[in-house]
Write a protein that binds this ligand. Structure first.
Ligand code: FES
Ligand SMILES: [Fe+2]
Length: 362
């Protein structure tokens, strides 16, 4: 199931954020990549051209010819090599290696295979084309890359769905909006979910994990209808939510051998805009028809509510207002900024020295 939410125009972008390079980001759904076709994408302000070779392997090149900078996507791809439209240089797209310069004659000694176009590690996982974007200026990427992110699954058989929405704000606002517990009763009001009147005090336990933090396993909030629905299986329900740099939120709900798992990423498209992707899988109600469409419908509504809020927020952010982070509901946002700064500085510090309990009403 695919649901594309409203596409946004570029004009309304707010202030930029600093970006984390040297990690994997989802560029697009891999099914869009067909043999012989080139598809453009933008990640962290880097123009990309992606495609699928005849052998099924997908690739992501920097969409700029190393000769004179014309986008390679303006040229041709025959399923084996990408050819530039301007002077016909040909490149093997997974390595970026130039394999032919048509203008060369026997009198020249230039070896085309010494020339490389930008090409990034690119892997298919959970239906996404994940692209590893190295630090700018670090040249070609070695082999020691972090693992490609993956949605955890707990059985062989499951259903899955994904959602995507463009957000007109920078990645920091996208991420802190994602981990913000206090907006739920206001942004996500609905009879089937919860109402403002259901706000009550909560106590949540957090602990540090590498590059992030975990909201420890707990019985999910009793005031949300979908969780009540899960109770039909009669076993205790536990939820774990992990946030991991640069942009990943993993949520796992387990109840006996039933499970629901989601991976939400907020990916910088440019320094001032981002995109939210949600991939979810579950074996709950496996046998019930239409559950995927129903889940996608409600999930889409949820993401649409966040998107609409951030569109409105972007209107305000254009005026560069001062912003506040308050305790405890904004603590996770503070940890995110702490983790990000530590990562950018390479300091290895962690904003949490041990388990922490937070309280808020939502
Ligand atoms: S600009 Fe690409 S081959 Fe000349
Ligand atoms: Fe939300």
């Amino acid at each position: 199931m695919v649901t594309d939410l409203v596409q946004l125009g570029a004009g309304a972008a707010g202030p930029p954020a600093e970006l984390i390079f040297g990690d994997w980001y989802p560029a697009l759904r891999a099914r869009e990549l067909r043999v012989g076709k080139m598809t453009k994408a933008m990640l962290l302000g880097v123009p990309l051209v992606l495609g699928r070779k005849k052998d099924g392997k997908i690739f992501a090149m920097r969409d700029l010819c190393p000769h004179r900078g014309i986008p390679l996507s303006a040229g041709w791809f025959d399923g084996e090599t990408v050819q530039c439209k301007y002077h016909g240089w040909r490149f093997e797209p997974c390595s970026g290696q130039c394999v032919e310069i048509p203008s060369l004659t026997q009198f020249e000694t230039l070896d085309p295979t010494k020339i490389y176009a930008g090409a990034y590690p690119c892997e298919e996982r959970d239906g996404y084309a994940w692209v590893y974007l190295p630090e700018p200026g670090t040249g070609r990427v070695g082999d020691a890359l972090p693992a490609v992110p993956e949605l955890p699954k707990f059985s062989q058989r499951f259903r899955s769905a994904h959602l995507v929405a463009d957000l007109p704000c920078n990645v920091d606002h996208g991420i802190i909006g994602l981990m913000d517990p206090a907006h739920g009763p206001f942004v996500h009001q609905a009879w089937w979910w919860r109402s403002r009147a259901s706000i009550h005090e909560k106590e949540k336990h957090f602990e540090p994990i590498p590059q992030g933090f975990r909201m420890s396993a707990h019985a999910p909030s009793g005031n949300s209808a979908p969780y009540k629905l899960l109770g039909v299986y009669g076993e205790p329900i536990t939820t774990t939510i992990d946030f991991v740099l640069p942009n990943r939120r993993y949520e796992t709900i387990r109840c006996g051998d039933k499970w629901f798992s989601s991976l939400t990423t907020v990916t910088p498209v440019t320094p001032s805009t981002c995109r939210i992707d949600v991939i979810a899988a579950w074996n709950i109600f496996y046998a019930v028809p239409f559950v995927t469409s129903i889940a996608t419908f409600f999930g889409a509504r949820f993401v649409r509510q966040d998107q609409q809020t951030m569109i409105e927020q972007a209107e305000g952010l254009r005026f560069h207002p001062g912003l506040m982070l308050i305790d405890d509901a904004d603590k996770p946002a503070k940890w995110y900024f702490g983790l990000k700064q530590a990562r950018l500085k390479g300091s290895g510090e962690h904003p949490l020295s041990g388990p922490v309990t937070l309280h808020w009403r939502s």
